[in-house]
Design a protein around this ligand. Sequence first.
Ligand code: ADP
Ligand code: MG
Length: 242
Amino acid sequence: MNAIDIQSITKRYGDTLAVDRLTLTVPEGGLFALLGVNGAGKSTLIHMLCGLTKPTSGDALLLGKSVAREAAAVHALVGVSPQETAVAPNLTALENLELMAGAYGLRDAKRRADEIIAAFRLGEVEKKPARTLSGGWQRRLSIAMALVSDPKILFLDEPTLGLDVIARRELWAHIRRVKEKATVILTTHYLEEAESLADRVGVMAHGRLVAVGAPAELIEMSGAASFEDAFIALAGEGVDLS
Ligand SMILES: Nc1ncnc2c1ncn2[C@@H]1O[C@H](COP(=O)(O)OP(=O)(O)O)[C@@H](O)[C@H]1O
Ligand SMILES: [Mg+2]
């Protein structure tokens, strides 16, 4: 079974067509990177896939469950670390994890939070209020929270935005471990991140998917010299770069 099977999904906000009849399948396992300039529709697509917003039309199956008709079943399958991190600022790292475990109705929320603290090496910050943590630690906590329910499919929306190069590389190591066990969908503006982590990449422009393939395939397909040039050729269609 595919992890994700998107069937002509569309989201309209008033006159804005944020996602336009997008069709895509993502096989189970590994990491799929979603690329595109600001406003391309990446976050809107992720919101629809994890049940945060309803499609205007079309549907997507996540491990066979419909986002349009089986929202509760989809919720149980997915974890999400949103673009705007959703950590509660006044709670400690540990309390944030316990809250998330409680929200998923896990019987032993405290034990699950402790397991995640150990797995994500969050011990040194577990008692600190989230608002006092650096950007890198907050992102790590946000991803850890998305994994509390042991999701089969994990969505990471710009997980390394604004992080320094050391914090970014640390998160890459965590993400590489996660993609051994779950299907990961990640958006990023850092092309070297997509090239390094992704098995396959999809490029969005104006709410549509304009290319899909392994990074090397996209380079070949566009006749470009590098992944960055390939991205510009595919995503920057209509933009005058001269
Ligand atoms: N809640 C919303 N209400 C109205 N317009 C929105 C909303 N969310 C996104 N949009 C619009 O939809 C388009 C796609 O946005 P978004 O999905 O955030 O793109 P990306 O994540 O690729 O930057 C943009 O034109 C954006 O302004
Ligand atoms: Mg976005």
